[in-house]
Every structure is written in C-alpha cells, then in structure tokens.
Design a binder for this molecule. Structure first.
Ligand code: AHR
Length: 326
C-alpha cells in the first residue's frame, strides 16, 4: 500500500488539535482577538492559466473573508516553497496553506510547523508522507480520476476501430501529484486494450512553452502520432502551435485530450483543435478560507475534501465558453 493510500485509509473526520495549542488563541470566526486571521499561502508558481485562476480565487476569497493573506510564489521550485513555509512559521501566522510543487520531501518543514503549533492545509495537490498528523486536511481534485476520465474517453472514441493507436503524452511537472496521478489513471484504463500504445512520454512542466518544445521533438521523432494526451491545457495549447507549424491539423490529424478546462482551451475546442477536456477546478478560495477559520478554532474538518468536476466535449465547451470564469 502506498503512503498516500495508507493516509487515505486513516482519513475520515479528524479533530484538529493543533490550534488548541496556538499561543495566539482564537474567537468563533477564527480571528485573533482584536485582529484578523493571518493565512500564509505558498503557491506553486504562475505556470498555467489554471494556476493564475487559482491564485486569483485565493486572493479574492481572503479579502471577502476578512483574512490577511501572506502570499508567496515558489516559481515551481520546492526549495522556494520550503523557504516560504519557514518564513510563515517565523512570522507566527495562524494557518499555513500550500499547494506542494512535488509530492515528497515535506516531512521536515511540516514537523517544524507542527512544533510551532501552526495548522497546515494542503490545497490542490497532496504530499506523499506516512505522517498524516502533519496536515489538517487536503482540499483538491482527484487526479487519478481525471486521468481515468481521459482514458475512458479514448477507449470510447476508438471502440470498434481496428489498428494501433499511437499516443504521445505531455506530462506535468516531474514528481508532482497531478503528473503522477494523471499518468497512472490514464495508463490503468488503456492497459485493457493492447492497441493503445504510448510511444513517447515526457514532461512539459505544465507550461505552454515547454509543451510546444516537447511536441516539436515528438513530431520529429515519431513517424505516426494519432493522439496527444496532455496533463494540462497549457501544454496542449503549446502543442497545438507545434502541430500547426508542422503542417498538421490539431484535433483531426492528431486527436487531443487534455485536463483543466480553462477558457483558452474551450476556445480551441470550439475551433475543433481539442477533442475532449477533463475539468480540474481551480476555484478553491472560498472553501480554503472556511477551512482556515475552522482549523484555527480547533473545529472538526474532513481529512479529504474532493472538488466536484465534470468533462467537456467540444459542443459542451462551446456552450460553456461565454460564462466560463477562468
Ligand atoms: O495542480 C493542478 C495542476 O497544476 C493543473 O492541472 C495545472 O494546469 C497546474 O499547473
């Protein structure tokens, strides 16, 4: 059983005791007496449209909730995130929230937060640790499920069609939960039929520029590509540029399945360039602020809060485009 699976088994409702030991005390709305609740938030970076929407959601929700937000951008580097968390501990914030760049290597700094009696909330991405006492709750998507949804679409799309299906995969940031889980969820589904072959798989670091660069290399190296599976929309959008520059039609010559559901991808879908998009909801701000107040006050919170998400065909994306928030 993986460490994360073990953590899930231990999951359920947990009383968050960390804040009870906090020297700052608290009132029923989670604020310091005479002051605002202070939340330190260590963001991954600004690598994608999804991330920009997530940052905006957190910043706006903090304002609305009357929470003082100390925001740090790690520029996709774990060492920067660790520094930010240490700085939040030094500043004695009430609660720390972060979206871990990668899954492993967090125990030391999170033990420091625990020793300082500062509760930690994982948001968007999980960590791989056996010590589930290091964080109060994890709010975010089920990335394995997202990968499975992408695989399910592919299987349906090629049902009854003979011949091999050559797939290239643009992976997210190496070692990150969404890259690991979207890859394994997808692989789990397609392994049921040997006609599906992942002929190349490489990281595009969740960015448009890297997605384009890696797709250019795939196009040069692979004699035939039928399908691109991109772990996020920004990489898919970068790859679309590479495909067009190579004189091919994205969505037709190469079918594209992606994850996120951002506006730019919906526009590409309305133009027939992406065939299916699995939603990953970045609008976590309001829920995060509620959780911050609760953990600060020592109230019970669920150990795992999953985001509700759907999937989009080009028709559904085109219809949703005018009201899409991100
Ligand atoms: O962790 C969520 C992922 O990170 C999103 O799919 C991606 O766009 C982002 O960079």
């Amino acid at each position: 059983m993986s460490k994360r699976a073990a953590a899930a088994v231990l999951a359920g409702v947990m009383i968050v005791g960390l804040s009870a030991c906090s020297s700052t005390g608290g009132s029923s709305d989670g604020k310091k007496p005479g002051g605002k609740l202070v939340l330190g938030f260590a963001q991954v970076g600004a690598e994608s449209g999804w991330r920009t929407a997530n940052t905006k959601s957190v910043q706006e929700a903090a304002k609305k909730a009357g929470i003082t937000l100390k925001f740090s951008d790690a520029q996709q580097k774990q060492e920067n995130q660790i520094k930010a968390i240490r700085s939040f501990i030094q500043q004695k914030v009430d609660v720390i929230a972060f979206s871990p760049v990668v899954e492993s290597g967090w125990d030391t700094v999170l033990k420091e937060a625990k020793n300082a009696h500062i509760p930690v909330i994982l948001t968007d991405r999980a960590i791989d640790s056996e010590d589930t006492s290091l964080y109060a709750t994890f709010l975010g998507s089920d990335f394995v499920e997202e990968g499975k949804k992408a695989g399910d679409w592919l299987v349906k799309e090629y049902q009854g069609k003979p011949g091999e299906v050559n797939i290239v995969q643009l992976e997210g940031t190496t070692g990150s939960a969404p890259a690991n889980d979207r890859k394994s969820g997808f692989a789990d589904v397609i392994k049921g039929d040997p006609k599906f072959k992942v002929v190349a798989s490489q990281t595009g670091d969740f960015t448009r520029a890297k997605g384009k660069e890696v797709m250019q290399a795939f196009l040069k190296a692979q004699p035939r590509i039928d399908v691109l599976y991109a772990h996020n929309d920004d990489m898919a959008l970068g790859a679309i540029q590479a495909i067009e520059e190579a004189g091919k039609k994205p969505g037709t010559d190469i079918r594209i399945v992606s994850v996120d559901g951002v506006k730019d991808a919906f526009t590409a879908m309305s133009q027939g360039k992406i065939n299916f998009d699995v939603e990953c909801n970045p609008l976590l701000g309001d829920q995060l602020m509620e959780l911050a107040k609760k953990v600060k006050n020592g109230e019970s919170v669920e150990r795992r809060i999953k985001t509700v998400e759907g999937t989009f065909t080009p028709e559904q994306a085109t219809a949703a485009l005018p009201t899409r928030q991100y």
